[in-house]
Design a protein around this ligand. Sequence first.
Ligand SMILES: *[C@@H]1O[C@H](CO)[C@@H](O)[C@H](O)[C@H]1NC(C)=O
Ligand SMILES: *[C@@H]1O[C@H](CO)[C@@H](O)[C@H](O)[C@H]1NC(C)=O
Ligand SMILES: *[C@@H]1O[C@H](CO)[C@@H](O)[C@H](O)[C@H]1NC(C)=O
Ligand SMILES: *[C@@H]1O[C@H](CO)[C@@H](O)[C@H](O)[C@H]1NC(C)=O
Ligand SMILES: CC(=O)N[C@H]1CO[C@H](CO)[C@@H](O)[C@@H]1O
Length: 429
Amino acid sequence: MASCLTASFLAIINLLHFKRKPSKVYLVDFACYKPNDSCICSNETMLERAKLSGRLSEESMKFVTKIVDRSGLGPKTYVPEGLLSIPQNLSLFEARKETETVFFGAIDELFEKTRIDAKEIGILVVNCCVFCPVPSLCDMIVNRYKLRGNILSYNLSGMGCSAGVLAIDFAKRLLQSHPNSYALVLSTENGISNMYWGNNPSMLLINCLFRMGGSACLLSNRPSDRHHAKYQILHTLRTHLGYDDRSYNCVFQHDDEAQKIGVALSKDLMNVAGEALKAHITSLGPLVLPISEKLKFLATFVGKKVLGLKIELYIPDFKLAFEHFCIHTGGRAVLDKMQKSLKLEDRHIEPSRMTLYRFGNTSSSSVWYELAYCEAKGRIKKGDRIWQLAFGSGFKCNSAVWVALDNIYAASKKNPWMDEIHEFPVKVA
Ligand SMILES: *[C@@H]1O[C@H](CO)[C@@H](O)[C@H](O)[C@H]1NC(C)=O
Ligand SMILES: *[C@@H]1O[C@H](CO)[C@@H](O)[C@H](O)[C@H]1NC(C)=O
Ligand SMILES: *[C@@H]1O[C@H](CO)[C@@H](O)[C@H](O)[C@H]1NC(C)=O
Ligand SMILES: *[C@@H]1O[C@H](CO)[C@@H](O)[C@H](O)[C@H]1NC(C)=O
Ligand SMILES: CC(=O)N[C@H]1CO[C@H](CO)[C@@H](O)[C@@H]1O
């Protein structure tokens, strides 16, 4: 009871003090890696390779075929070469090559766009969930680009699909205590390390949805970058539900009966994601919503939590807070759930659905392919607010909220959608 009162008290204080001083951290630019055409993997290729591997039982093949059919993935998503070659090559060498290809590709493009001198980068944050070789992925980048010796480098591993947004939050916090710096933030997941070659259905799901991809972002707190940066961070926010066993267990890497390692998705995933979203927007709402929506929410919050009335919490209309939504492309079911929970129209969820269709679930980097989609469509106007929302193992739900500092002209710079954006949106069966 006391904590409820404190919470509502804080919510009211928040209402009165709703102007928080914005932290001046800019996104100078970003890049998403677009793999070579030789890495394209249609559903047929994917099924054929799975069959050739000889590792899946007939029953598993049936299961995978069914999932692939309904996944929302299109015919041109990418997988690393090691998975396509016959026989497949799942060596550490190939896994490292995959991540190098993705990161070096994204960084080269980012450096070309921003014309930054690599020696100016003071902070490096890399996130990749299941692949953590020695030397680390950070070291791989430092070595390749000859970054400076006193660089603050952090490799975040095991942190799931929401870690891309989390890495931005982390870099922001570092920038706030290191004036006049640049931070390079890299997000990816490794396909070769992530594939599961056993027959446990809950672990096979990831093979069907996960695809190759990665992003590179350049953040800056230099006042002089205000004039040519694309976006400014308005808020970053993290919600961790790991204290609850059901949430903690719902995306879990373990050995199956035959000692094969894989990441299992529990049947609870959708419910857990829904709860995480609710907890998250309860904290995010006061920061971003107009006052009318805050009041409506507060009324049901006090009714439910303080007076104990049996009412549902009001889900605020986030369309009043943001012009663009970049929601992690976990899979089709997750997107359906998010669209419904947040009462979004098709056009709001379009960047997420099209990214799932074109690139698959690229884990933590997916929110950047979505922002690139909005840019390629020429939809980003000066002052527009963008919500990147990601969730994943932990269970965590994380947000980054950006404001566009200028109109973004679609065709002016390289973008993974550039050559084909006119073909989108497509209707996904
Ligand atoms: C891209 O794929 C083509 C074949 O489709 C191949 O000839 C070429 O070498 C590949 N390029 C790279 C950079 O891997
Ligand atoms: C693969 O996708 C195509 C459409 O892109 C569809 O017609 C076909 O039935 C799918 N095949 C399998 C085995 O899922
Ligand atoms: C996998 O690729 C590496 C590097 O190209 C090679 O040395 C190794 O022999 C290959 N392994 C298999 C099983 O093909
Ligand atoms: C998306 O891919 C990541 C990385 O493989 C995986 O951990 C996550 O569970 C996937 N999401 C869904 C909903 O399958
Ligand atoms: C904090 C963290 O995830 N550190 C990892 C950095 O990379 C090395 C090697 O890749 C891992 O062993 C660490 O756990």
